[in-house]
Ligand binder design. Structure first.
Ligand code: TRP
Length: 320
C-alpha cells in the first residue's frame, strides 16, 4: 500500500532520544517507502504559551536535528505552518464541521490546559486540533506516525474528513494513526522524558553533556543489576536505553553487568549513547542555518503547491 505520511513537531526545543526511538527512527524508514511530509508546527507553539519565543532559532535547530538523523529533503517534504496560508483557509470550513462540545472533550487539550502556564486559555487551545486536521488533510495524508497523546487529534481529523465527505463530496481519505513499536523511554530521573525537565539526552548534546546527564540519573540501592521494569523502573529504563543504542536485549546487558553496579551500568550506557549518536552529531556539525533555510524554502514551496490544489477542491465541493 502506498501511503501519504504526514507527521510533525512543535519547534520548542531540541529533539532528544525519547523522540528518536519513539518516532524519528521510524520516519527515516518511512521516507524510503512512502510519500512523506514533515511539518514544523510553528503556529502550534502559541497554543500553550503566550508568545512564540525564540522561534527562528528553534526552527533552525529542529531542521538541523531532522537532517542529522537522516531525514532526506529529496524524499521528504519538510515545511512549516506559517509558510502555507492555505492551511488556515482550510481551518475555517473544517471548524464548521465540529461542535464546541467535541472540541471541549479532547483529552489532550484538557491535559495541556491543566499543565499550561498561561493565565487564560485561548481559543486556539480548543481549535488547534482542527488546524492539525488541516495539516493532515491538505496533502490527503493516510498515515500519521504519532505518540499516544496525539490519538485524539487523529480522531478529530477522521471526524472532519468523514463529515466533509458526507456533507459535500468525497474529497478526503480517512487517515490512520501509526504508533511506534519501541518501548516507552522515561527520563533519566524516572519521570516523563522532557527537554524542560532536564532529564533528557538531546541528540545534539556533546559527549560530556551526555555523560553528565547519565551520571546524575536516578538508580536504586541494589548493587546487583537486573532488568526488572516492575520493581526497578529506573534501572530498567537505563538498560532499555542501552539496549536500543546497542541493538541488544536489556536482560542480556543486565546479566553482563551483574555485580558491577550502577557505576558500571552508567559507564556502559554513556559509551553506548555517545557511540550511537556520534554519526548524527558529526553530520550536524557540518551543517548550518543556511542549510536549514534552503531545505525549508524548497519544502514550503512544494507543500504550498499541494495545499493550493486541495483548497481549490474544497471550495469547489462546497460551492464557493
Ligand atoms: N501536535 C503535535 C505535537 O505537539 C505536532 C503536530 C502538528 C502534528 N501537526 C501535526 C503531528 C500533524 C502529527 C500530524 O507534537
Amino acid at each position: 500500500m502506498n501511503h501519504t505520511v504526514l507527521t510533525g513537531d512543535r519547534p520548542t526545543g531540541p529533539l532528544h532520544l525519547g523522540h528518536y526511538f519513539g518516532t524519528l527512527a521510524n520516519r527515516v524508514r518511512l521516507q524510503e517507502l512512502h510519500r512523506m511530509y514533515v511539518l514544523v508546527a510553528d503556529y502550534q507553539v502559541i497554543t500553550d504559551r503566550d508568545v512564540p519565543g525564540r522561534i527562528q532559532h528553534n526552527i533552525t535547530e529542529l531542521l538541523l536535528d531532522y537532517l542529522a538523523i537522516g531525514l532526506d529533503p529529496a524524499k521528504a517534504t519538510i515545511f512549516q505552518h506559517s509558510a502555507v496560508p492555505e492551511l488556515n483557509q482550510l481551518l475555517l470550513p473544517f471548524l464548521s464541521l465540529v461542535s464546541v462540545a467535541e472540541l471541549k472533550r479532547n483529552p489532550t487539550v484538557k491535559d495541556e490546559i491543566a499543565h499550561s502556564s498561561q493565565s487564560a486559555v485561548s481559543g486556539l487551545m480548543f481549535t488547534y486540533p482542527v488546524h492539525q486536521a488541516a495539516d493532515i488533510l491538505f496533502c490527503k495524508g493516510t498515515l500519521v506516525p504519532v505518540g499516544k497523546d496525539q490519538l485524539p487529534h487523529v480522531e478529530v481529523t477522521r471526524l472532519v474528513a468523514r463529515r466533509f465527505n458526507e456533507r459535500y463530496a468525497p474529497v478526503f481519505p480517512l487517515p490512520e494513526a501509526m504508533m511506534g513499536s519501541a518501548p516507552l523511554l522515561k527520563g533519566l530521573d524516572g519521570g516523563k522524558m522532557s527537554k524542560s525537565r532536564g532529564n533528557a539526552i538531546a541528540l545534539k548534546a556533546t559527549a560530556d553533556e551526555t555523560a553528565a546527564v547519565i551520571r546524575a540519573a536516578r538508580t536504586d540501592a541494589d548493587r546487583h543489576i537486573t532488568y526488572d521494569p516492575e520493581r526497578r523502573p529506573e534501572v530498567a529504563n537505563l538498560l532499555t536505553l542501552a539496549g536500543l543504542c546497542l541493538g541488544r536485549a536489556p536482560e542480556e546487558i543486565a546479566e553482563e553487568i551483574g555485580d558491577g553496579g550502577a557505576a558500571r551500568l552508567k559507564r556502559l550506557l554513556t559509551e553506548a549513547v555517545n557511540e550511537f549518536l556520534h554519526p548524527m552529531r558529526k553530520l550536524r556539525s557540518s551543517l548550518d542555518a543556511a542549510d536549514a533555510r534552503e531545505v525549508l524554502t524548497a519544502g514550503n514551496a512544494r507543500a504550498r503547491e499541494r495545499a493550493v490544489l486541495t483548497l481549490e477542491e474544497v471550495r469547489q465541493a462546497m460551492g464557493f
